[in-house]
Every structure is written in structure tokens, then in C-alpha cells.
Ligand binder design. Sequence first.
Ligand code: ATP
Ligand code: MG
Ligand code: MG
Ligand code: MG
Length: 561
Amino acid sequence: MRYSQYFIPTVKETPSDAEVISHQLMLRAGMIRKLAAGIYNYLPLGLRSVRKVEKIVREEMNRAGSIELLMPSVQPAELWQESKRWEQYGKELLRFKDRKDAEFCLGPTHEEVVTDIVRREIKSYRQLPLSLYQIQTKFRDEIRPRFGLMRGREFIMKDAYSFDVDGAAADISYDKMYQAYRRIFQRCGLNFRAVEADTGSIGGSSSHEFMVLADSGEDAIVSCSACEYAANVEKAEARPLPIEHAEPRPLEKIETPAKRSVEEVTAFLGIPASALVKTLLLVADGEPVAALVRGDHDLNEIKLKHLLGCEELMMADESLVQRVTGAPVGFAGPVGLSIRIVADLALQGMKNFTAGANVADMHLKNVNPGRDFTPTTFADIRNVVHGDQCPRCAAGHLEVWRGIEVGHVFKLGTKYSDALKATYLDSDGKERVVFMGCYGIGIGRTVAACVEQNYDENGIIFPIPIAPFHCVVSAVNAKDAEVMAAAEELYRTLTEMGVEVLFDDRDERPGIKFKDADLIGIPLRLVVGAKNLAEGKVELKVRKGGEVQLVPFADAAARIQ
Ligand code: ATP
Ligand code: MG
Ligand code: MG
Ligand code: MG
């Protein structure tokens, strides 16, 4: 591909509405553009990475014996009424009517449609097991679409569905998919954990989520340092332990520095640690901006003023704070601090924003999240759970991570086959209900998660399997005929070898070419310049780590392969 004839609209400045790094970099690298909230154009470069993930997913699905089909995104209401989800699904389901007033929805998932296919076509146990998958556009009217492709309203998902004669057979299908998912995310070069997950409202008996570890993740997960145990905190096993209060710290007066760390502030609080869990200190950019105090604790006004380093306090409307943060609290903040700021910080999901209750050295022993307090922030969860004994092996301790859910496998049992009457005849001619499983992977979210794990200050660092191109050939001076001829030759040779090459043939300054190549994250770069070429050499730079070496022109192509 010739850069001059391609379409990569890179941007220098970080877009102001992009909070997480993958969203910022994918916009800047010209991979995606927003059309409407949660609805994105996949520009050529972004599409190439999306297609790479799809290819890996297809290969592994096929290998696991799943068969590709394609179902419509527009689905009739009747099917959803049969499964009862027309009433249950809520506002995420986008509904509309056609010209005859018949009701439809845009599919957020395809259990109903695929079960309808199976109930019509599958008659006998001889036709089972069956596993079907598609890679298709889903629509969910997410309440807060954000983070680019990570939480869109329209997004590409691979969804697979397995059909088996009974629960034991369904377990085998589930395990095949679980293994296929491990291979997929390994092949994508991701650092992930497969965690036990809540089966929640979909129903069913067992479920695992595949979580990419990243600070921007919206989920909190725990994993054991010694054994295989890993779980979403929503599901993590409860530890019914008695509450042991830590020693109260003496209250001492300290001078109020202009800015204080969370540690300093909590140390200053000097209140019994048990009260600390009832206190949420909101810290923006390392500076306390407000305190949310549970009603039953008497952090008085003077202490709060000192804590926030301000002269005057404003007490805010309690119900507003409660609505926004979900915390049953009173609110105090310096006069002039707009309640909107705090509300927005909370809504943005804690970026530059932490709750400083129960910090590391004040870790409360034996506090049970859920029972003794409701962890509302990741910091809460981490501070309470991190380091605890593993509930499975007792030898290891729990580590807490933020995770991005890129995949989800689910044993459905007979929930949908019962509702839609998907049955088969067994070997005795007896009618039985099929057992199902469903398995999803967010394709765009996987690309975004990959960027979250692979970047530096200059841009994206794509691992080869997801990179839009393997290699960029940069001609330092497009006006130098000799340089251009050599670069052309390299480009041709590499292309013939099957390497995906982006040939930067633009008449631009080398600085601009290098910046763009770094930003879009191409793993390998070959630089053809007059000086090195005179000695029969070209420069090879590895994007990850930045290693540079001079290689003989004649060897360059072979080195890339
Ligand atoms: P989340 O908890 O993030 O809302 P989910 O549990 O609702 O996701 P599933 O129904 O399990 O999602 O869908 C399967 C996969 O589809 C998810 O694991 C995720 O990778 C992807 N996915 C779900 N919602 C979105 C979205 N709004 N944007 C992009 N990908 C998504
Ligand atoms: Mg969801
Ligand atoms: Mg989820
Ligand atoms: Mg899920």
C-alpha cells in the first residue's frame, strides 16, 4: 500500500472528548471516527486491525468445530416476546416499527434468532451436537457509550451458540469454546485472565469472562497468586469473617499544605478505621476535592474544612449526590466547587479520580464487601480485598485488577430452548429439549484492549498479529530518485514475499513520516536514506523498544520476514 494513495488521517492533538488511551490513539492514528454517540466509522487502518482479529477468531472457531452463518440484525418482536425478553431487556433494546406497524428491534444478541433456526431445522439427536457462529454488527442502546470502540452502541461481535443433547454434552461444548477463547486471546498477544463470572439475568449455570488487564477496565477482578482461581468481584466468593476493628488512630492537628496526598489526608483524619470505610474522600488529580460522608459518622465541619484545605464549606443537596454516586451520603465541598464537577468525575468512571477511603496502610481486617459496606469504587475494592487469603487454595493471596471484558462464555441450559420449544427426538423416539451455550467476543473492543496494553508516549505499539501493516518502508527523501528506486524495490520484494507493507512514499519531511509511523504503531520500520544507501545499507527499527540497526540492503527483506 502506498501511503500517498491511502487514507490515514492522523491527528497531532489529543482529542478532548477521548478519556482512555486507546480511544485517544485510535482517533489520532486515523483508525476510527465518531458518527454519533457510540457509533463509529471504521477507517481503513482501523478496519485492517478489526479484520485481523476477525481472522484469528474465525480460524479458532472453525478449528473448534463451530460453523459460520450470518443472521439478520433486524429481528421481529414476536421472537423476543416468546423468550419474554421483550419486556425484560429494557432500554438497551432499540425497538422500532415498520410501515405496517409491526414491531422490530436491532439485535443486541442472537439467542432468540438462532434458537428459532434450530427448532425449525433440528429434529433428531443425530443432528447434534451443533455449534453455529457469526461475526456481525450488534446494537445496544448503552446508557453511557464511551471509550470509543470499547463501549459503543453499534459494535461488531462474534457470537457463537452450541446445541447439545444434554447437560454433560453441553459441558464438553462449553469447554471447547473456553479453550478456543484462550487460544484467540493468546494469539492476539493479550495479557488476560479467564475469570469466573456471575450468571446474572441471562440465566444458566456457569460462565467465564475473558478479561484483558488494563487500568482503564470497567470491571474489577481478583486472581490468586498461587492457584488458578480468578473471578469477577461480582462473583468472588464471600468470606464470612467477623469484623475486627483496627486500633483507632489518635487525632492530631497538622498544618494544611496546599496539596496533600490521599495518604496524608487519611492519616490526618485519624479516625477509627471502621469509620474510614464509611467515608469516601474524593480526590481529583491528587488533590482532595470533596468528602462524601455516610450519615452515621460524625466527621464534623471543622475537620472537613481542614481536610479539604478550605475556609468555607458548602453542603450540597443529598439526593443529588446519592443519585449521581449511588452513595447514601451527605456531601461537603469547598464553596465554589461545582457539584457538577464532582458528579462528572464520578460519572466518568474514576479517571484522575479516586476514593481514598481505607487506604493501603489502613487496610481493615476482615471487612466483607457487600456485607459491611458496598464497594462503590475500584479503590474501595482493591483496598479491602487485595492481599486477602485465597478462598480456594488458602496458600496464595488475592490480587485485584481492573479488567476489560473482551469475551464471555455461558452455559445457558434450557432457558431459551424451553421458551421457544427447541426439541429433538432421542434414540428412543422421545422428545427432549436441547441444551445450549452462548459465547461472545467483542471484536472492536479486543482491538481497543490491545491498544490499552501496547502503547508509549509516541503512539500505538501493535503486536504483529493485530497490526494493520507488518512493516512500513520510509523513503527519507521522495525527491531523490535513487532513494525512491531502492525503496520501491524493497516495497515490491516484501509485498511479493507476502509481508503487509505500507510504503511511505509521501513527499514529506522524515520527521513527519517517522512520527506517523510511530503513532499508527507499525511493528517494523525500514528507512531508506541517501547516506546509508551509499554504503549499501538501510535502517531497521523495531517499534517496540526502539532498537535500531543498519542492515545490508540486500538482506533487508529477509530480515523482516
Ligand atoms: P459489558 O459488561 O461490558 O456491558 P456484556 O457483559 O454486556 O459487556 P456480553 O453480552 O457478554 O457483554 O457480550 C459479549 C461481548 O461483547 C462482551 O464480552 C464484549 O467483549 C462485547 N461487548 C458487549 N457490549 C459491548 C459494547 N457496548 N461495545 C463493544 N463491545 C461490547
Ligand atoms: Mg453490557
Ligand atoms: Mg459484562
Ligand atoms: Mg458479558
